[in-house]
Design a protein around this ligand. Structure first.
Ligand code: BG6
Length: 489
C-alpha cells in the first residue's frame, strides 16, 4: 500500500494523441493508478485537435496503452478503473471558446494539471486561454522540452507562460530528472559523508558522462534535424546530470535550494571559444553501418531526410567548471545516436594515491572509479583495488566492484519509468525534479556560444559508421589529456 496520499485533481493532457502521450504519459498514469497513487476522484481529459467519435480516440488510447505497458502489468480491473477516469475532448488549443467546454468538464473545485505535450509555440496561447476562462488560478502547467531552440526563443516561451502563471506553478520537464538512479545521486552524495568529503579537485581527476542510444532518428527526422544532438540532449539531460554531480550541497531538499545550487554550476561553466572548439568539442553524424548485426542507413538516408543536412547526431566535449571545488577537473560529455548500445552512465575517476608502492606494470589499474549507471541495469559500483587471492599471487592487484545493482537488489520492485515519478510529483506540488526558468536559460547561453562557434568556423560534423562510438576525434579529445573513455574502447 502506498505510504503517501495524493489529492484529487483533473489532468488535462494537451496533445493527447501525440507520440509522447501515447507512448509515455498514459502508460505512466496507468501505472500510478495500479500503484494506488491516483486519487479515486482524479480524472483525465485527453485533449487533441482530432474530431470524430470520442469513443474511437479513447479506444486508440487504450490500444496504445496495452502495447506500451508490459503484458504482465496490464490488470483488467485496474484498466477498467483507469479508462473510467478518461474522457476525450476535441478542441483547437488556440480558440478560447473551446475552453468553455473544458471548464464544464473540470467542474467546481478541483485543481487542474495542464500538461502541454504540444509544440512550445502554443504554450503561451494555451496559458492565455486558461486564464481567460478563469482556470489559471487553480492550474499547474507542465511544459515539455524543447522549450525554444536558443536563449532568445526559450525566453519568449517562458515569458509568455509567466504572463499568466507564477514560477511556483510551472513544471518544466527534463525526464532524466525522474529516473530512479538520477534521484539516487542526491542520496548518494548527501546522505554519505564518505563521498562528499572526497568530492572535489583534491581527490577527483575527471568525470565522464555518457548518454548513448542505439536507435537512430526513428521517424523524427524533421524535428531532430532542426535541433541536433547538442540542443536535443546536451542542453538539457547531460547538463542536468553534470549539475547534480558538480553542485554544492543544498541547505535543504526544497526545490529552490537544489535549483539555486544547480544554477551556480551552470554559471561557472567556462565558455568554449571558437578558438578552443577544435580541441574541446567534436561533432559527428552517422553514416550507414550496422546495428545488432543488421545493416542500417546513415542519417542522410533516413526516411524524410534531405541529403544536405549538416546537423550533428553525436557530440563529445570537454567542459570545465570555474570554481574552487572543480578547478582543473575536466567533465567529458559524450552523447550520440546509433551507438553500439544504449548506455547512460557517469564515471567519477578518483586520483591515484600520492605514493605508489606496487609493481610498476600494474599502475594503470590504480585509481578508484565510481560508476553510476542510469540505464540499462540501474546501479552504482565503486571500483576498488584488492589483492588477488592465492599463495602464488604475491601482491598482485585486481580491480573489482563494490556493487549496488538496483534491479537485482530490489528484484521484486519494478523500477518506475521517469514519467511516473514526474507526474506524481506534479500532483503532489513538488518542484524538486523540475527545471527552473533560469536553469534553462543559463544552459542555453552556454550551448548558444558553442553553436555560434560552429557556425563561425563552418565546422561540419565528422562522419562515423552507425554502430560505433562516434568519430575518432572523440577518442582524441580524451586521449590528448592522457585518459580514455571508460569501458567501451
Ligand atoms: C529525449 C530526446 O529527450 O530523450 C530523444 O529528445 C532521446 O532524442 C531521448 O531519444 C532519450 O531518452 P531515454 O530516456 O530513452 O534515454
Amino acid at each position: 500500500m502506498p505510504t503517501i496520499s495524493v489529492d484529487s485533481c483533473t489532468i488535462a493532457l494537451f496533445g493527447a494523441l501525440g507520440d509522447l502521450a501515447l507512448r509515455k504519459l498514459f502508460p505512466a498514469l496507468y501505472q500510478l493508478d495500479r500503484a494506488g497513487l491516483l486519487n479515486p476522484e482524479t480524472r483525465i481529459l485527453a485533449l487533441a485537435r482530432e474530431g470524430g467519435e470520442a469513443q474511437q480516440h479513447l479506444s486508440s488510447i487504450e490500444q496504445h496503452l496495452c502495447r506500451h505497458v508490459p503484458a504482465g502489468e496490464v490488470d483488467a480491473a485496474v484498466l477498467q478503473r483507469f479508462l473510467a477516469r478518461l474522457s476525450y475532448l476535441s478542441m483547437d488549443f488556440l480558440e478560447v471558446d473551446a475552453y468553455e467546454t473544458l471548464v464544464d468538464q473540470v467542474g467546481g473545485a478541483q485543481s487542474l494539471i495542464a500538461y502541454f505535450a504540444t509544440p512550445a509555440s502554443v504554450y503561451g496561447g494555451i496559458c492565455a486561454n486558461l486564464a481567460r476562462v478563469g482556470l489559471a488560478e487553480r492550474t499547474r502547467v507542465v511544459l515539455e522540452k524543447p522549450i525554444g531552440h536558443d536563449l532568445e526563443s526559450s525566453r519568449a516561451v517562458n515569458d509568455a507562460v509567466a504572463e499568466y502563471f507564477p514560477e511556483s506553478r510551472v513544471y518544466r520537464i527534463d525526464h532524466y530528472l525522474g529516473k530512479e538512479t538520477v534521484q539516487n545521486l542526491i542520496a548518494l552524495r548527501f546522505a554519505n559523508s564518505l563521498f562528499e568529503t572526497q568530492w572535489n579537485q583534491n581527490f577527483i581527476s575527471h568525470v565522464e558522462i555518457t548518454v548513448a542510444e542505439k536507435v537512430g532518428i526513428e521517424g523524427r527526422w524533421g524535428y531532430f534535424d532542426q535541433a541536433g544532438q547538442l540542443r536535443d540532449m546536451i542542453q538539457n539531460h547531460l547538463l542536468q546530470l553534470l549539475c547534480l554531480i558538480a553542485m554544492d550541497p543544498p541547505s535543504d531538499l526544497s526545490a529552490n535550494s537544489i535549483r539555486d545550487e544547480k544554477v551556480k554550476v551552470l554559471k561557472a561553466l567556462a565558455p568554449i571559444t571558437a578558438e578552443q572548439l577544435g580541441r574541446q568539442v567534436v561533432r559527428g553524424q552517422y553514416v550507414a553501418g550496422s546495428s545488432d548485426g543488421k545493416a542500417v542507413p546513415g542519417y542522410l538516408e533516413e526516411e524524410n531526410s534531405n541529403t544536405q543536412s549538416d546537423t550533428e547526431t553525436f557530440v563529445a566535449l570537454r567542459a570545465d567548471i570555474r570554481n574552487w571545488r572543480w578547478a582543473g577537473v575536466p567533465f567529458y560529455l559524450r552523447t550520440g545516436k546509433r551507438m553500439p548500445q544504449k548506455l547512460s552512465q557517469i564515471v567519477i575517476h578518483f586520483k591515484e594515491p600520492p605514493h605508489y608502492i606496487f609493481a610498476p606494470e600494474q599502475r594503470q589499474l590504480i585509481g578508484n572509479k565510481l560508476i553510476i549507471r542510469l540505464q540499462p541495469d540501474e546501479g552504482i559500483a565503486l571500483q576498488v583495488m584488492t589483492k588477488d587471492q592465492g599463495l602464488d599471487k604475491g601482491m598482485h592487484l585486481r580491480s573489482g566492484p563494490l556493487q549496488l545493482n538496483f534491479s537485482d537488489t530490489y528484484r521484486s520492485a519494478r523500477i518506475p519509468d521517469a514519467y511516473e515519478r514526474l507526474l506524481l510529483e506534479v500532483m503532489r506540488g513538488n518542484q524538486n525534479l523540475f527545471v527552473r526558468k533560469d536553469e534553462i536559460e543559463h544552459a542555453w547561453e552556454w550551448c548558444d556560444q558553442l553553436i555560434a562557434g560552429w557556425k563561425r568556423l563552418g565546422d561540419a560534423p565528422k562522419p562515423y559508421p552507425a554502430g560505433t562510438w562516434g568519430p575518432m576525434g572523440a577518442v582524441a579529445l580524451i586521449t590528448r589529456d592522457g585518459r580514455s573513455w571508460y569501458g567501451d574502447l
